[in-house]
Ligand binder design. Structure first.
Ligand code: SME
Length: 159
């Protein structure tokens, strides 16, 4: 049984515990989809105030990002590289922290509850977090989650 111990109320300890939890979660399992499913679930339940957490994976044949494992309400399935926050983060291969999504040109509204968004790219796709609260993701959240996820992407060999 998995028990989430990362406590967001203690921010300094939170990220180092979260990183250890995610490493242990994927340890010994080589199936990528299973690992991505568990990662999206873990973060959805550990990081407060999210309404969506999940992956889009780049499809080389279709030249689009396609919905992968996630937690939250059903989402749009296909995103072109030119579109949305996910497309922009994938193109630039840089984390995008959008404080108010309605101000982001071309933002794709999958769920009207989403007000802010953090997208962390990797070479084969993106990891997307949505919150119902504007300005949800601080600079510390952005930096620490990017660092942790890049470590996880390396371990999964999808960096
Ligand atoms: N809002 C994203 C689309 C994905 S959903 O938020 C799950 C975007 O603009 O790319």
């Amino acid at each position: 049984m998995w028990i989430i111990q990362s406590d967001y109320n203690n921010k300094n300890a939170y990220f180092s515990t979260l990183e250890k939890e995610l490493i242990s979660l994927i340890d010994g399992e080589k199936n990528l989809i299973a690992n991505l499913a568990n990662i999206s679930s873990w973060i959805f339940h550990s990081f407060p105030d999210l309404n969506w957490s999940g992956f889009y994976l780049w499809d080389e044949n279709d030249q689009e990002l396609i919905l992968g494992p996630f937690q939250g309400r059903p989402a749009c399935i296909r995103i072109k590289r030119e579109r949305g926050v996910c497309g922009a983060a994938f193109r630039s291969q840089k984390t995008l922290n959008v404080d108010r999504i309605e101000n982001f040109p071309g933002h794709i509204a999958c769920d009207s509850a989403s007000k802010s968004e953090l997208v962390i790219p990797f070479t084969r796709g993106v990891f997307d977090l949505d919150s119902p609260t504007p300005f949800r993701f601080s600079k510390q959240d952005e930096d620490e989650l990017s660092r942790i996820m890049n470590n996880i992407f390396k371990r999964l060999q999808i960096q």
